[in-house]
Write a protein that binds this ligand. Structure first.
Ligand SMILES: *Cc1c(COP(=O)(O)O)cnc(C)c1O
Length: 370
């Protein structure tokens, strides 16, 4: 019996069902569904939340990254540095511009880009460095900014898992030249469908991305460049405006749950707990085990659902088999074979965390050995 799910999306909407229905009614009755006032309002709110001048609502997180790269003029013949351990979208966005993703290994403890290795991977073709705040833990943006600055390269953030996280007190979304967010339903701030946003303080880049997301046009029927159709629609924007005020409390709850796991799992043999970073927003709670696959099966037998984020690193996907980015990604490859995401969502109850911890201890005992 799987009595502890990996995630329960129901709680996220139960709390504020009336607000969501009100938001939907306001869009329905307003009769303006694309590039309307609800989108403008959410863009302003989200820009303020991230501490930047511009937020541009787009169709999803993948498009947000792609549009940043295109907005920066990145294309064929160019290289973009990306982490070797991340969701495939970080790499796909680079490929979709016609540029080449260059995987750089991650730090084993943070799962994020190792700044020294980034410096070593820069070539005359490098046009940008993309940091990913994986699992909600901010990348080493200070050190990465220094490397980017030395080479005059833009540093961009894939903040799809890190809404509201900070690095040295400053919010993600404003730590580089531009940042990409996803509002996929399970993200820390999730819509009731697909959605994404770009945040930036760069006025010219913001203007260009506004154009690119709307067929390359700001003035109706005037097209100076080739754009796409990728806009956050007003219905999703209205839902996000209703949910944004709850994000701080949800984040606090995520931190409390992570702290509870940390205390309960301390001392368990042969697993590695994630480092507790008070600035992280805990999109996922990810442990490591050398016997990950057996452990996942044992937990399933005990009724605990887990997931692996992500089982195959981008550089080992068939899609990238012909690219030259398959060497030196030792930690990224090892992470993919060892990570295990435990049940985790902000409405999860303390007793459910306690049950997972108990059963994890039992599962480890079942496996025996180191
Ligand atoms: C979810 C995610 C994306 C893509 O966002 P979508 O809205 O699903 O397109 C990109 N990068 C990371 C790290 C993600 O977790």
């Amino acid at each position: 019996m799987q009595d502890i799910p990996f995630y329960d999306l129901g709680g996220a909407t139960r709390d504020i069902r009336a607000d969501l229905l009100g938001a939907a009614a306001s869009v329905i009755d307003g009769g303006h569904y694309i590039l309307g006032e609800h989108l403008a309002r959410f863009e302003a709110e989200f820009a303020t939340f991230c501490g930047v001048r511009h937020a541009i609502g787009v169709g999803n997180g993948l498009d947000a990254i792609t549009l940043i790269l295109r907005g920066l003029g990145i294309g064929p013949g160019h290289e973009v540095i990306v982490p070797g351990h991340t969701f495939i979208a970080s790499w796909l966005a680079v490929s979709q511009c016609g540029a080449r993703p260059v995987g750089v290994d991650v730090n084993a403890a943070s799962f994020n880009l190792d700044p020294a290795l980034v410096r070593a991977a820069i070539t005359p073709s490098t046009r940008a460095i993309m940091a990913v705040h994986l699992y909600g833990r901010p990348a080493a943006m200070d050190a990465l900014s220094e490397v980017a600055g030395e080479h005059g390269l833009p540093l961009i953030e894939d903040a799809a898992q890190a809404h509201g996280a900070t690095h040295r007190g400053r919010r993600v979304g404003g730590l580089g030249r531009a940042a990409a967010f996803s509002f996929y339903p399970t993200k820390n701030l999730g819509a009731l469908g697909d959605g994404g946003a770009v945040t930036t303080d760069d006025d010219a880049l913001a203007e260009r991305i506004r154009r690119l997301r709307n067929y390359g046009s700001i003035i109706k029927y005037r097209h100076d460049e080739s754009g796409v159709n990728s806009r956050l629609d007003d219905l999703q924007a209205a839902f996000l405006s209703a949910k944004l005020p709850l994000l701080a409390a949800k984040t606090e709850r995520r931190r409390a749950l992570a702290g509870r796991y940390d205390a309960l799992l301390a001392g368990l043999p042969s697993i590695v707990r994630p480092e507790v970073d008070p600035e992280a927003v805990w999109h996922l709670y990810v442990i490591r085990s050398r016997r990950r696959d057996e452990l996942q099966l044992a937990l399933a037998e005990l009724g605990v659902s887990t997931l692996v984020h992500y089982p195959t690193p981008p550089h080992l996907q068939r899609l990238y088999q012909d690219s030259h980015c398959t060497s030196g990604l030792v930690e990224s490859t090892r992470a993919a074979s060892e990570v295990l995401s435990l049940p985790f969502w902000p409405e999860m109850e303390d007793r459910q965390v306690d049950a997972v911890a108990k059963r994890l201890e039992r599962a480890l005992a079942m496996l025996g050995g180191p």
